[in-house]
Design a protein around this ligand. Structure first.
Ligand code: 13P
Ligand code: SF4
Length: 314
């Protein structure tokens, strides 16, 4: 990395009391200059407790939006404003309203990969690391509308007896993994441990040794005494994995079609140069209606409070 850019970023962070939060799927160079790298839940928590005045959020739009909702008095910047999430965009407010009209006695639990409008309509938000616990917080007789990820929804359903109606959305990156490719890799690397994200489809998850959020995948591999791992999530996590455990081998699961399909291009839109521009020009700022912030904050704060109580985050 250009050391001049790195120094400028460091100086601007000091001068403006800013921090950089980054998700594991962004480019390794950004992970290296970030103050904190984490999964969605950890990043939301970090945004809620930081005393920085500016948060530069290197992640997709819904993540930066979530930071703004929890910390409305802070300036939240996203280095590339076009960094969206097709999964989050797959659920419209009108669509959820229609679903709720069909199932009026169901509570609404939505994945954090959703727009602020959807969050404002939800009773509770969850992330990949706490989805099962969040749904389990309701008694088994409570009926649940869950969205927008159908794979995460089906994964949660396998742990609970609640009746669940699940939105038909998916992440194009994780949906592109196949059990056939995974079986072939397992034959080639019979000793390898399979670590998968719950956004992957059921046939892939059935072959996994561990299913968890990006942070859980990293923690498991780092602490394990095994040496070889097949990674069934976006390969950005391998950057941190290699930094934390240089002696282990990580094999990315190839997608059904070409290799590019396993990359989250939206996360990769951020670059170190754009992070510098974000700090220099205070762009691109996340602006939100204050009423929307108030409504969307409730189910997110509920999730954070429960996650702290359950010891899932500090
Ligand atoms: P994590 O919360 O596991 O980091 O996942 C975020 C995400 O967008 C996965 O595709
Ligand atoms: Fe969205 Fe999928 Fe990218 Fe995660 S990997 S941010 S769900 S498109």
């Amino acid at each position: 990395m250009d050391t001049q850019i790195k120094k400028k970023i460091f100086d601007l962070k000091q001068k403006k009391n800013a921090i950089i939060l980054a998700h594991y799927y962004v480019d390794g160079e950004i992970q290296d200059i970030a103050d904190y790298v984490g999964d969605s839940l950890e990043l939301a928590r970090k945004a809620s407790v930081t005393d920085a005045d500016i948060i530069v959020f290197a992640g997709v739009h819904f993540m930066a939006e979530t930071a703004k909702i929890i910390s409305p008095n802070k300036k939240v910047l996203i280095p590339d404003i076009k960094s969206g999430c097709p999964l989050a965009d797959s659920m419209s407010g009108a669509g959820l309203k229609k679903m709720k009209e069909q199932y009026p006695d169901h509570v609404i639990v939505n994945y954090v990969n959703s727009t602020a409008e959807i969050k404002a309509m939800s009773d509770l938000i969850c992330t990949s690391s706490n989805a099962v616990d969040m749904v389990k917080s309701f008694d088994p007789g409570t009926k649940i509308l869950f969205g927008p990820d159908k794979n995460l929804g089906a994964f949660v359903k396998s742990f609970v007896n609640n009746e669940m109606v699940i939105w038909d959305g998916n992440c194009p990156v994780h949906e592109n993994f196949s059990a056939e490719k995974l079986k072939a890799l397992k034959l080639k690397f019979p000793e390898a441990v399979v670590l998968a994200h719950p956004e992957a489809n059921k046939p892939v998850l059935l072959l996994a040794d561990l299913i968890g959020s990006t942070s859980k995948i990293i923690k498991y591999a780092v602490e394990s005494d095994k040496k070889q791992f097949i990674i069934a999530t976006e390969p950005g996590v391998i950057h941190t994995l290699k930094k934390q455990t240089s002696e282990k081998e990580f094999i990315p699961l190839p997608p059904v079609q070409n290799l590019d399909k396993s990359i989250c291009f939206n996360m990769k839109k951020h670059t170190v140069e754009k992070v510098l521009q974000a700090l220099e020009n205070e762009q691109f700022e996340i602006f939100m209606d204050s009423e929307l912030i108030k409504k969307a904050a409730l189910p997110i704060k509920r999730m954070l409070d429960m996650s702290i109580k359950l010891g899932l985050i500090k």
